[in-house]
Write a protein that binds this ligand. Sequence first.
Ligand code: R2B
Length: 370
Amino acid sequence: MATSDHTQDLDGEIDHFSEYGGSIRLRNPHIKFMDQDILYHLALGSESHDLVEMFGDVKFVCIGGTPKRMEEFAYYIMREIGHKIPTGTQLLDISQHSYRYSMYKTGPVLSISHGMGIPSVSILLHEIIKLMYHAHVKDPVFFRIGTCGGVGVDGGNVIITEEAINPDLEPFHEVSALGRKIRRTSKLDADLCAELVSIATEMDEPYTFHLGKTMCTDDFYEGQGRLDGAFCDYTEKEKMSYIHHLQRHGVTNIEMESLAFAALTHHAHIRAAVVCVSIVDRMVGDQVLAQKEVLNEWQMRPQKLVAQYIKKHLGLLDNTGTSATAAAAAAARRHLDLSPTAMNCPHKQVLIVKSPRRMNMVQQESQSYD
Ligand code: R2B
């Protein structure tokens, strides 16, 4: 099969489709001719929901593996940025009717689960990128906050990805379309990465931050050279020699989503970064042995770094990098959308329906193929 890097080829052509200066480039000429666009796995639609009203103020899109972690992140970031919802209400899982992904909105921050692996994260990204386009969102910043195996990095320490690479150690993501391979560069935003490193340097935490290459695989066991899967055709010596080879190549961690995440966001001209916590040092072992409570605390660590970035960009940090006082935070919150719509119960705030009939259809369709 022929392999081509379409990134270059499409650059000029695509400009026609960038209608909202500075907003998302969809790079798909077909979408604007569609009667409606059903974001099937999110249980949302361009004609059933008022996506501009619901999501037009989004500035940060944070995605991570599990629904639980991303719900926790939504509540955590809500506290951190001082976003208020009325007493007695709770955040709504906007995509609950899809039974695929969970999505929460806290002011300008979206928190979404992406499941495991490239197929899952790539379906989500197609739909989230289209969601940003339909909602006319300008310059959103995307983060993947997740877990990974460290390569010479102990459990509990945090790794910021400098470059996402495939198992051939190349910064390319390949997808098959019409029997042809499309190869896209997996490139994260260098300035964003540098800013995260600088914020991390200012943080006073009992763990370390690392910057390095992240190898992304399609499998957790053999694909990552583990000895503890149901099958294994190599020796421990061969495994260790491979892990050392990765380390010599600058690989600091291994996970299963960064390649597609970097490639698709880059292709859509979206600034993006990956921050993961190591849950096991693969130089030392394969099994994740840390206790649940410890793992839960570790999973907060990438969230803390990203929360610092978000607070900084919302003007919620004083110049020492610490959270502003309550009064200053209240003043800074005035930059957020405190319009009556945004301050309403989130149940009302997020489900702004254009067509109840179409919305029912979208929700039912999402459910019926569960
Ligand atoms: C990290 O953790 C998951 C596998 O356990 C996978 O989603 C990943 O990248």
